[in-house]
Design a protein around this ligand. Structure first.
Ligand code: MLC
Ligand code: AMP
Length: 494
């Protein structure tokens, strides 16, 4: 059976995507995806799960590439365009990527890396064929996409979803949040993570709605569109709602009124990817009358828990399992927790759960217990709603909706010539949720300023991973086993 988005067909003339002044209908997009798939196939019947990476911001070309790879039977590997090029090497080699698609300056930035890894580098135009060949029937059980997530170890793992996983992740949200073809939504989140890929782009396209594509979070431009009442749904991470509130403070009353009126007229505002503080929930409600719908998800599961579309959306809570998703709290001895207000790890079952970590059977096995995927997030049930308490690992930092591995950042900082020891933690922060803070012990006689460290980090890690503060210590606090006691560092940071 060929997997496909029902609305992406030859007869649907409705607008699918808007990218600046480019507008494309579902029918035209469908044809473009078929032409792209044909070009990728180069006469072969099926790509047979060839890993094809692409390095593009949200754009018509991005959607063409993703859908084209799916239609030709490949595995789509969307990469973070904000990555430092050196960070890409691990993704590309661990996924054994054979072809990379990128345009313009993005393409140029990859020339040396692709040559060194023997990866063929192509633009979308080079692949698009004139005609359309017969495309393979891609079974729903086949692998479709690989996204990289920060693990607790220092090497990000490839999370593999099948066509069936993706369809389940999309369709549960279409029902739960009442998507329809009359919806219009802006997409300004990065498109290498499920929030942008599944919740916004894929749900929008599957529903037959219109998705406005932005290469980045362009606040004035997006606010102008909101003020024009173009959108019915808005989805963002908490940091974006904080940044919008900060932006409003810089504007005159009339402008703020127009933008908040635009939000007020929408049918739904959603927050997720990180905890939405109760204060922010209240501020947003006071200003826009929108009761933020908070939901909980993860790369490995898509969305798992959600406040209801109709019914009580409770501040500080992430609601209940979505249709088709089983969620259960477990204690340390793998016993289900049924009573309220008792913390346990959230575990998830359902068609929405990913297939495997790429080429890593051990990690895949370790992350499941009795068929339940272990999220590593701790929650309680509070009057029937899940409330997230935090993560079981201090080495995962949630900054502006990104999940960052403290160990990965520490690994890079340790390559600095003057740093002898390092520990990285997340420190509570009103804008970012948590902000990355580095504690270092320097080699004898060395000094290091924050600005010098920041400059050194440029190009060695994605900008959002660069520590926002630096503390130089004589020694790091350690326990009897010699392990750094990160909770002790949290008190030093405040
Ligand atoms: C940008 N910066 C960050 C940052 N984003 N620093 C810490 N954390 C972040 N998340 C830094 C930049 O390096 C730069 O530093 C400065 O902030 C301004 O950069 P910018 O690019 O202009 O910022 P902005 O556009 O405002 O970006 C903020 C943001 C972005 C919130 C739009 O971080 C973002 O898109 N976050 C969402 C990520 C996401 O989609 N997560 C979902 C994962 S899926 P300097 O020093 O150069 O000024 C998932 C599952 C689920 O979690 O449940 O959804
Ligand atoms: P990622 O692995 O990048 O997909 O990030 C997933 C993680 O984001 C989850 O494991 C949670 O820790 C966090 N997360 C997502 N949504 C929420 C939420 N509403 N509240 C708190 N944490 C969240």
């Amino acid at each position: 059976m060929r997997s496909s988005f029902p609305t992406l067909n030859a007869t649907n003339l409705k607008t699918a995507l808007v990218e600046g002044n480019k507008v494309i209908s579902y029918a035209a997009l469908n044809l473009r995806c078929d032409r792209f798939a044909t070009g990728l196939l180069r006469g072969k019947a099926d790509l047979e799960e060839e890993r094809i990476a692409f390095f593009m911001p949200a754009s018509i070309d991005y959607v063409t590439t993703m859908q084209g790879i799916w239609r030709a039977g490949g595995i789509a590997v969307p990469l973070n365009v904000a990555s430092a090029v050196t960070e890409l090497e691990h993704y590309l080699s661990s996924a054994s990527v054979s072809r990379m698609i990128a345009n313009g300056e993005y393409r140029e930035s990859l020339t040396a890396l692709c040559a060194s890894l023997n990866i063929e580098l192509l633009s979308v135009e080079e692949i698009l064929s004139e005609d359309v060949a017969t495309l393979p029937d891609v079974a729903l059980e086949r692998r479709a996409m690989m996204l990289f997530t920060s693990g607790t170890t220092n090497k990000p793992k490839g999370v593999v979803s099948t066509h069936k996983t993706i369809a389940a992740q999309i369709t549960t949200l279409l029902d739960a949040w009442q998507w329809s073809e009359s919806d219009a939504i802006p997409l300004f989140l990065p498109v290498h993570h499920i929030h942008g890929i599944i919740n916004i782009l894929s749900c929008g396209l599957w529903a037959g709605a219109t998705v406005d594509l932005y290469a980045k979070f362009d606040m004035p431009e997006i606010c102008a569109k909101v003020a024009s009442k173009r959108y019915s749904v808005f989805m963002a991470v908490p940091t974006i709602y904080v940044k919008l509130l900060q932006y409003f403070e810089t504007l005159g009353e009339d402008d703020v009124a127009k933008i908040t009126e635009g939000f007020r007229s929408m049918r739904l505002n959603i927050s997720g990817s990180a905890a939405c503080p109760v204060k922010l929930f209240e501020q947003w409600k006071a200003l826009t009358d929108q009761v933020l719908l908070e939901r909980y998800g993860m790369t490995e599961i898509g969305m798992g828990l959600s406040n209801p579309y109709v019914g009580e959306r409770r501040a500080g809570h992430v609601g209940q399992p979505l249709p088709g998703v089983d969620a259960q709290l477990f204690d340390d001895s793998n016993t289900p927790i049924t009573e309220e207000n008792t913390p346990g790890e959230i575990r998830i079952k359902g068609d929405n759960v990913f297939l495997e970590y790429w080429n890593n059977e051990a990690a895949t096995k370790e992350s499941f217990v009795d068929g339940w995927f272990c999220t590593g997030d701790v929650a309680v049930l509070d009057k029937g709603y899940f409330r997230i308490m935090g993560r079981s690992s201090v080495d995962i930092i949630k900054s502006g909706g990104y999940k960052l591995s403290a160990l990965e950042i520490e690994g890079t900082l340790l390559t600095h010539d003057d740093i002898a020891e390092v520990a990285v933690i997340g420190v509570e922060d009103e804008t970012w949720g948590e902000s990355v803070s580095a504690f270092v012990v320097l080699k004898p006689t060395k000094t290091l300023s924050y600005d010098a460290l920041k400059t050194w980090c440029d190009g060695k890690m994605s900008g959002y991973k660069i520590p926002k503060s630096l503390h130089v210590l004589d020694s790091l606090p350690r326990n009897a086993m010699g392990k750094v006691t990160k909770p002790a560092l949290k008190t030093l940071a405040t």
